[in-house]
Design a protein around this ligand. Structure first.
Ligand code: ADE
Length: 224
């Protein structure tokens, strides 16, 4: 898989992809993440990429020309399965959506800033608009990082234990059960006996019951 991210603050993203699982996923060639600075596609000497909104009002708008140049330069090299715009008015991100995106080959993600991007970018180039939740961030970079992280960890081979992504919260509309590690007794707070019984079927049953209990308590909407 290849993910191209278009941003006007690329340094916000550089360090995020340089660590831990995301770093290893790239080193093992499971994914290539390339971050592009939209300013590199500005044609004016001050490298500006935003301008006042027609019709007035507060806030600058990211202009179409540099973004169009950047997108077209990338499209000249490969075909993209989706061109995603991260925006609070997009479709709300869900695990189901992430699962589907993890099966794609080439994804482009466009991060907005200020008042957003010129609507014509969305009309002409964007194929999917995604929000990571009902709150407004100061830019799309964190949202792109959230989306890319959730996709990359699902690519086969990226997680050491391939089944572990399948037992995540949300994969089966249930929250994940509690987990414990050593010591078995911390200041009198003991690990549930069943987990140390070695009885696999009973442990699975306990985990399922715990998942169900947690989901009923915390997210009953998931069970509907
Ligand atoms: N950009 C700003 N806020 C956002 C959000 N909640 N989701 C996606 N992109 C955003």
């Amino acid at each position: 898989m290849r993910i191209d991210i278009l941003s006007c603050v690329p340094s916000l993203l550089d360090s995020f992809f340089a660590h831990s699982i995301l770093k290893r996923a790239q080193q093992a060639n499971h994914v290539e993440v390339v971050i592009h600075d939209i300013r590199d596609y500005s044609t004016n000497k001050h490298r500006t990429i935003d301008d006042y909104a027609f019709g007035g009002g507060a806030g600058m708008v990211l202009q179409i020309e540099p973004i169009a140049r950047c997108i077209r330069a990338l499209q000249a090299e490969r075909t993209y399965d989706e061109i995603i715009y991260l925006t609070p008015d997009g479709e709300q991100m869900q695990q189901r959506m992430v699962n589907q995106l993890s099966l794609k080959g080439n994804l482009m993600m466009l991060c907005g800033h200020y008042k957003g991007v010129d609507q014509r970018v969305r009309d002409l180039f964007v194929t999917k608009e995604i929000s990571i939740g009902d709150y407004v961030l100061s830019g799309g970079e964190l949202a792109a990082a959230v989306l890319a992280d959730s996709i990359i960890r699902l690519i086969p081979g990226v997680l050491n234990d391939e089944t572990s992504a399948l037992t995540d919260s949300f994969q089966d509309n249930l929250l994940a059960p509690p987990v414990y590690s050593r010591p078995a007794d911390f200041e009198g707070h003991k690990v549930p006996e069943i987990l140390m019984s070695g009885h696999e079927a009973k442990i699975e049953e306990w985990r399922y019951e715990q998942s169900l209990k947690r989901t009923k308590e915390r997210r009953p909407d998931l069970l509907q």
